[in-house]
Design a protein around this ligand. Sequence first.
Ligand code: PMP
Length: 356
Amino acid sequence: MILGLRTLSRARGFATASSVNGFTEAVGNTPLIYLKTLSEKIGSSIYGKAEFQNPGGSVKDRAALGVIRDAEERGLIKPGGTVVEGTAGNTGIGLAHVCRAKGYNCVIYMPNTQSQEKIDLLRMLGADVRPVPAVAYDNPQNYNHLARDYALTLDNAIWTDQFDNTANAYAHYVSTGPEIWAQTQGDLDGFICATGTGGTLAGVGKYLKEKSGEKTQIWLADPPGSVLTSYVNSGGKLIERSGSSITEGIGQGRITNNLGTFVNELSGAFTIPDEKSIAMVYELLHTEGLYVGASTALNVVAAAQLAAKLGKGSKVATILCDGAYRYQSRLFSKTWLKAKGLRDAIPEHLQKYAVL
Ligand code: PMP
């Protein structure tokens, strides 16, 4: 039977959405997904903010729009101008989308170690991609510094400076935070997520803390190789960065401006090993039907860990940062998993999803 329009219009159980004017208005207002199977298993409620539903595919669409709007409002960029950033991932993709939608040129500096897929995607989005040798942050030839230096040579151009430009965290303070508050009716015991720039954690965390009168605890989740967990749990000691993780886009070696003094307001932090993150990538696919990247999986592991700490029946929210599409040649490849020593971290009954 072919469904008629009358039947379709009566279809129930689907999300409703409003009509919006263009790409930029489609950023934000993402659903908050109750992770049913996981929540029932642990006896607490875990909610994931579906940031992969942003039109550019990740949580960074909000930051990209936020930094460009801020520059426009301050008169730093005019029509036809150029946006320059040093980024290897989702921020660049978000910026490239916003630049097309607003008619700006987009120049992206990135380390030449990045996958061809990322370079291709940015080029398809119209960005001028400049791969440069991968050198440490304290080297003046680092991609971030080259982006800043290039922007300074142009008229009508900005370097968006995602790590230290607090218009990034502000975008989450005025959008992601209020959305989560409204979607949970303010009944939330904890919020936790990982940080790259720190914009999401500080922006959402600050809003929820203020609105709840400190009732909602804010925690940080870290991959191995990041220094933030030890910084938070030692009361402010910054250690040398060492180790690495398969999670992309998160982990940090310093206190960025976006994290800023908010880092001192965190209730605590967890480091989540890659074994647990990769297993959760597969678990979320199998039990919740969610196809998400490794930073999302890390966030969900951390949310369950925080719920256990806060007690049975607690309510904890986190961020579902992006989909697995950008990483699938790795996360679902048997060879890659084996090379990383992570094949055995995936439970036997979930190994069938590693089809590449
Ligand atoms: N997950 C992914 C996949 C990301 O690309 C990023 C941003 N680099 C984050 C999480 C962290 O977001 P933020 O920069 O707001 O800390």
